[in-house]
Design a protein around this ligand. Sequence first.
Ligand code: IPM
Ligand code: MN
Length: 381
Amino acid sequence: NKRYTIAVLPGDGVGNEVIPVAVDALRLAGSLEGLDLRFEELLIGGVALELVGVPLPEETLRKAKQSDAVLLGAVGWHVLIIVDFFFFFDKQPKWDNSPKHLKPITALLQLRAGLEVFSNLRPITVFPQLVDSTYLRKDTAEGVDIMIIRELTGGIYNAHPRGFTTNEQGDEVGFCTESYSASEVNHIARVAFDIAKQRRSKLCSVDKATILEGSMLWRKRVTAMALEYPEVEVSHLLIDTAAMDLVRYPRQFDTILTGVMFGDILSDLAAMIPGSVGLLPSAASDRLQGPGIFEPVHGSAPKHYGKDTVNPLAAVLSAAMLFRYGLKEENAAQRIEKAVSDVLDRGFRTRDIHTPGATLVGCKRMGEEILRSLDARVSVS
Ligand code: IPM
Ligand code: MN
């Protein structure tokens, strides 16, 4: 049997509800494929701040580095979460006024940097069973299948110089730098071309090359690399136009390549095509050797925590990505994806994707039904 160690970092809030469901799915799908998976649970985020005093304990980073893949829940009370057709902006009640290195979300940036996971894969797919959940017109959303590839460890989030200062007028200034080097662009563009080639061979690179120097270089490098991939049809869009087109006619997109900040915004925008962040998985990886980070795109959602109502499918689909991109166990990945589709066929829906006539279930029950879809011998309470 092939053996793998998976670092499990449930983190804060609903991470503690969805990650156990994803672990069960990994364990069962893995055992059906004859894999021997070991899980090691580690602290991160607000819970780590409380117990250890730092958002990313040294032990967590060390063991994550030694693992074959990292399964992450959510960190901090920080992310915009959308459930039930209402928007909730979570305040950061507890760590709002802490210095940056003591904020829960810093753990996320430190973990990404520590594992050098520079490519962030965020698939946006509209399941045929869930086409009614879209915020767009149904005929606009139908059949959408997009892979957003977002650069993750460079750009405006990470580049230097950055900080706070005072200008000549004595005015306080906060600043950071939007920069990309040729090797950073080459790195991420290579990932995008290779993935586009395995999909429908259409790559759209999104930038702001009319204004930003980093974007000018970005566009130049992507254009140059396109010569190596004659089979891939390449286009370039400015971020503003891309945002518009993603809503107007999303089916035109196959693979989207973009930087850290535009990718952050576009992926939340695109989340409204399937209609719930509760459906969106993600993978962050390094194309060489190190372990990747697999996590649902939704955040810790404190308002929903403890009610057993959230959707575990984003976490479960992240588990599928963990098998596919992290462990290169494609069969196990497909088992999970088929089980998700089967659960939807059998009519089970959590609140965020519920429609009349479907069976409304909570997070735990959804998890049990996924296990049953993975293996009919599993008994469900
Ligand atoms: C995301 C989040 C993070 C990001 C934040 C919390 C740092 O919004 O994963 O999309 O912007 O990368
Ligand atoms: Mn985001």
